[in-house]
Write a protein that binds this ligand. Structure first.
Ligand SMILES: C[S@@+](CC[C@H](N)C(=O)[O-])C[C@H]1O[C@@H](n2cnc3c(N)ncnc32)[C@H](O)[C@@H]1O
Length: 196
């Protein structure tokens, strides 16, 4: 069931009107407008993809070459999107997803992964850093030189350590909060460009 607080939300209503699958569509749209990242020829890995706002943006708006999407929750099919249903915290699912990706290397890894909040900051922060590390591990394995990583994070005390770690592998790192991201949420995005 949709929470009441979303029903009056501008981006939620707009996403419903435009049939965009999720309000997250606007976040990737804003990120791309700001950093001019996606091109038609690209192959992209989309982590935590359901219900498919980001995949839809890549498939229909940018028209990228191919997308490999993964989520623990089923996602309806989309043109050029190869969907794998699996839990990236589970080592078997993780390995199967890596093998599912036909391209040896891709141009971009994007991750909007988020688990249900537990209400305990320590646990939520741990889960979030864990997702960041999964997205980073996949980037190390699958990104082409010059590629980029976009990943959601929740503001937390360990984030600087994570940024320090990935800055050894990317030439340029930016932090961005789209307007469509709720102002009261701790959500931000890391845009790590130019994989070395
Ligand atoms: C904010 S939503 C993503 C929205 C999506 N980017 C879109 O545009 O529609 C976060 C997603 O992360 C997924 N997720 C959470 N834990 C996961 C896990 N362990 N493995 C894979 N996906 C996971 C959730 O099922 C959820 O669909």
């Amino acid at each position: 069931m949709i929470k009441k607080k979303y029903l009056n939300d501008f981006y939620y209503k707009k996403s419903k009107k435009l049939n965009l699958r999720s309000r997250s569509w606007f976040k990737i749209y804003e990120i791309n407008n700001k950093f001019n990242l996606f091109k038609k020829y690209m192959n992209v890995i989309d982590l935590g993809s359901s219900p498919g706002g980001w995949s839809l943006f890549l498939s229909k708006y940018i028209k990228v070459n191919s997308i490999y999407a993964c989520d623990i929750i089923y996602m309806k099919s989309l043109y050029n999107v190869n969907f794998f249903k699996g839990d990236l915290n589970n080592i078997n699912d993780y390995n199967n997803f890596i093998n599912f990706i036909k391209h040896d290397k891709v141009n971009a890894v994007i991750s909007d992964m988020l688990s249900n909040t537990s209400g305990f900051k320590l646990i939520d922060n741990y889960n979030n850093i864990n997702f960041l590390n999964i997205a980073f591990k996949i980037s190390l394995k699958k990104l082409l030189k010059g590629g980029f990583l976009i990943t959601k994070f929740l503001q937390n005390p360990n984030i600087n350590l994570f940024i320090k770690k990935i800055s050894l592998y990317f030439n340029e790192i930016k932090i961005f909060k789209p307007n469509s991201s709720k102002s009261f949420s701790r959500e931000f995005y890391i845009i790590a460009k130019n994989f070395l």
